[in-house]
Design a protein around this ligand. Sequence first.
Ligand code: HEC
Length: 92
Amino acid sequence: MKAFINLAAAALLTVIANPAAAEFEAGQYHDSNCTRCHDTGVYTRENRRVQSYPMLETQVARCDAMLETKLFPDDLALLVDHLNDNYYKYSK
Ligand code: HEC
């Protein structure tokens, strides 16, 4: 029994030490959360608003703030990179 409790405690600690962050998959997150108000067309349209990497960071943070699932900064950065790698292709 004691061994079981120790095991359970260890499992719990592992969960606490690794918040969802480790599981974050930017493309998947994007497709299920970020296409509610616009599709990916806004990233490639001719008159797109985002003109640089810092602007992309700002815009993604702004859009993320409208969702109830606020991302951790690390995940937000992965999401910014995901959009940059696939659409914007700005240098950092
Ligand atoms: C509540 C609605 C809403 C959600 C959800 C949303 N956005 Fe947006 N997003 C907007 C609006 C409105 C604009 C401005 C569109 C325009 O200028 O025509 C925008 C614009 C953008 C742009 C700039 C496009 C350009 O012109 O270069 C990016 C990048 C962007 N969103 C990323 C995201 C990401 C990433 C998510 C998911 C975290 C997200 N958005 C979720 C409403 C939303």
